[in-house]
Write a protein of this length. Structure first.
Length: 121
């Protein structure tokens, strides 16, 4: 390539806009990818927990489980396992099931903070 000694033409506004858009995409791409991974992991955790819950109910049965306990737990699952903790085990059967779910969740690679169990009263 032969240089003529003449300065290059300044970039056009369209050239600058293209560079800016590419730069912004590069900046936001990792953040978007991280959000996608976090959402996928939340869905995976919920699926693992749901499978453990189904197995626990089959194993332990529903006797001694109150409607409030079952309803709040179903709401937790239906909402995609959000971080709100308001499933309160009150009976000995509910407490035994909550204990079993804690062990199952930890064995499935979930943190104890994932669990829906908390009694605020």
């Amino acid at each position: 390539m032969r240089r003529t000694g003449l300065p290059a033409a300044p970039p056009s506004p369209a050239d600058l806009a293209g560079v800016l858009l590419v730069g912004l995409a590069d900046i936001h791409a990792p953040a978007l990818a991280q959000q996608d991974r976090a959402a996928a992991w939340q869905a995976e955790k919920c699926a693992r927990y749901r499978a453990a819950w189904t197995e626990a109910l089959a194993r332990f049965g529903r006797q001694g489980l109150g409607a409030a306990f079952l309803d709040r737990h179903e709401a937790f699952l239906a909402a995609g396992c959000p971080p709100q903790r308001d499933v309160c085990p009150r009976t000995s059967e509910e407490l035994a099931l909550a204990d079993a779910m804690t062990l199952a969740a930890l064995n499935a690679g979930l943190a104890g903070t994932f669990l829906p169990f908390a009694c605020r009263e």
